[in-house]
Design a protein around this ligand. Sequence first.
Ligand code: SF4
Length: 210
Amino acid sequence: MAEFLEDISDCPKCNLCKSRSRVVLGAGNEHAEIIFVGEAPGVQEDKQGIPFVGPAGQFLDQLLKSIELDRADVYITNTVKCRPPDNRDPEADEIAACNPYLKKQLRMIEPRIICTLGNYATKTILKTSSGISQLHGKLIRQGELAYVPLFHPAAALHKPPLRNVLIEDFERLQQHLDAEKVRWKTILDEPPESLSALEPEGQAEQMGLF
Ligand code: SF4
């Protein structure tokens, strides 16, 4: 992943390259079973080059701890790797330009569960018109990949009732992960011809990202 970051550190593929301080590729365990995908780096992330380092990141750390995980166990990234000016939402062309990088990360990590953080990442990645209020905490399977949409930790900082919703959804996430581990063990125990779903190209086509 360090080599990958070096390769794209001067990426000029969209307008966000003009205002960023640095590309924020992601951080954490490159063999993680869970990957969290937020929207975009914010001001602190842009300064430090690490995703989720502000108050929302601290709450995410608490949520991970509540299910006996920490950042070393998971991988955290965003739909776009450069900070949008004034923290605006990323534009469609910026997401399209950056999507190959997210796809590559998913192929490198091969997580069991992809958690989309917030409405924006959920709608973008799952290509759904359903909002996070309807989908949060549920396991959604597309092909061989499993997604669990969650409220963005920053939302809970502004709306305190969402704190408990997130805590409960993390408990569900732990249960989903246990179930996915059993499912993958079953898949991997099957004869090799049944493993075509694991091939990168097949996986990319099923991801529903594009
Ligand atoms: S957001 Fe992605 S595509 Fe756009 S400049 Fe940054 S790394 Fe490149």
